[in-house]
Design a protein. Structure first.
Length: 248
């Protein structure tokens, strides 16, 4: 079982490279579901995104600490570390344009320019500030921490990722109860899920080979855009109990 959990799918990624040049203007590449075009991410964009991440991290820590308390357990809040280009972690190297949870040292790592770019791309596409797209990345990775601390870990990537997507929806569900879910947040989260969904496999006409391909996808994928959006919706509609039996 891999101990490194990435935001993006294993096959094809909707976002292209995000690079940090030497100038104060940070460059990112947009590859949307419609037509690709460049998007500029400034240092101010990154700073604003990091502030949103910090607020979300505090809310996530509070939410899951309370949820664990109610079931007679204790949540070990993961550390959170941002990086540029790449970083060496206790789970190995992590490259640019990524985020992951490393259980070895209970830490969430995220490329701060990547998260800011996802937020900006989503904002451009939805006509909003796009902040829930970036927040959703962190909520997804903290979701891995929640699941793994409760003993939920599978050899199949999709099973792990579907739970993390569901728990991201559960975070939005809690935000709605708290009155902090803003208009457009759900649309932003679903747009981001769609951007990073895996492509749906096409039938070859060979049933045996198609089953083999499907099994491989389950072991290495995050889910198609439809699956990721549905898993998010499951948590949004039903809360944490719809994602993990312990919270029912």
């Amino acid at each position: 079982m891999s101990i490194v959990h990435s935001l993006r799918g294993a096959a094809v990624f909707a976002l292209g490279a995000v690079m940090l040049p030497t100038t104060t203007a940070l460059a990112a590449t947009r590859d949307s579901l419609d037509s690709p075009r460049p998007v500029r991410v400034s240092a101010e964009d990154v700073e604003a995104s990091n502030k949103k991440v910090a607020l979300a991290y505090n809310a996530l820590t509070e939410m899951w600490s309370k949820a664990f308390y109610y079931i007679g357990d204790q949540f070990a809040a993961p550390h959170i570390v941002r990086y540029n280009r790449g970083a060496r972690t206790a789970c190995g190297m992590i490259g640019p344009n990524n985020a992951m949870y490393c259980p070895t040292n209970n830490t969430v790592y995220y490329d701060q320019v990547f998260v800011a770019a996802v937020q900006k791309i989503t904002g451009d596409a939805t006509g909003t500030d796009g902040d829930m797209a970036g927040v959703g990345i962190i909520a997804h990775e903290v979701g891995h921490a929640v699941a793994m601390q409760l003993g939920h870990a599978s050899r199949d990537s999709y099973k792990n990722e579907s739970v993390a997507d569901c728990l991201t929806g559960a975070f939005a569900n809690q935000a709605k109860k708290d009155g902090s879910l803003e208009k457009g947040d759900v649309e932003e989260a679903e747009h981001a899920m769609a951007m990073v969904g895996d492509p749906a496999p096409e039938s070859t006409g060979d049933a045996r080979y198609d089953r083999f391909v499907q099994r491989q996808l389950e072991r290495n994928s995050h889910g198609t855009k439809e699956q990721r959006m549905q898993n998010f919706r499951t948590g949004l509609d039903g809360g944490a109990g719809a994602c993990l039996i312990e919270f029912r």
